[in-house]
Design a protein around this ligand. Sequence first.
Ligand SMILES: Nc1ncnc2c1ncn2[C@@H]1O[C@H](COP(=O)(O)OP(=O)(O)OP(=O)(O)O)[C@@H](O)[C@H]1O
Ligand SMILES: [Mg+2]
Length: 260
Amino acid sequence: MTTMPLGVKTTAHSTGAAARATDLSKVYGEGETQVIALDSVSVEFRQAEFTAIMGPSGSGKSTLMHCMAGLDTISSGSARIGDVELTTLKDKKLTQLRRDKIGFIFQAFNLLPTLNALENITLPMDIAGRKADQAWLDQVVATVGLAGRLKHRPNQLSGGQQQRVAVARALAGQPEIIFADEPTGNLDSRSGAEVLGFLRNSVRELGQTIVMVTHDPVAASYSDRVVFLADGRIVDELRSPTADSVLDRMKRFDAKGRTS
Ligand SMILES: Nc1ncnc2c1ncn2[C@@H]1O[C@H](COP(=O)(O)OP(=O)(O)OP(=O)(O)O)[C@@H](O)[C@H]1O
Ligand SMILES: [Mg+2]
């Protein structure tokens, strides 16, 4: 495989943070049905770092990703992508920022059934009227192992192949940051390992910034850092995780939850 001499992406006045939440709260509903999904969360996602977000179901992981990616509004606090405060942006600017700076990998792939794999990969750029860097696109396609499947439509691809199309789509435009919500949740362990290995390489070799939600300690072990959420708050953090150390930490929370 050839790798391109791409360095770590930096922005003017770079603080090293690709994204940052400060005292971010998200409240759904009101009165008796009110849910505090995020309770004053402060967290920074550094450039060229691979962060995993873990925590029990309902702890606010998807909400955090959606708020940071500008897919949902926040109730209070601040959410920044680079130096841009999302709460100050009007709809049009927010759409533009999402399109130009953010890649999102959803658990349900979100591929368009009528487009083939290649058209799905380049769709965000086509919408933005941007031309893909051909060498980069070739490299992404080769690395996710889709070179022989580019003319296939999603229903002609396996689940793992569809997820790799979604991964390639997020990477193709070289966004500042990629948010991935359980990108390997639907994959068998081998396809999952391929996708995770690819994500990790894009961080190591290309300076891509990635934030990934996962329930799986093995998936988390591909990251540089694990952030643990519980009840809408950040309760712990682990650097250079291994599957065992993540599992250990999860057990500890479990025990605490049961005794309290
Ligand atoms: N649109 C909504 N309206 C009301 N409550 C919501 C909405 N979306 C999420 N919630 C609530 O916010 C809390 C956090 O939800 P979120 O989807 O972020 O959890 P999660 O950590 O991603 O869970 P999972 O692991 O099951 O995906 C939950 O209690 C959920 O019921
Ligand atoms: Mg979720």
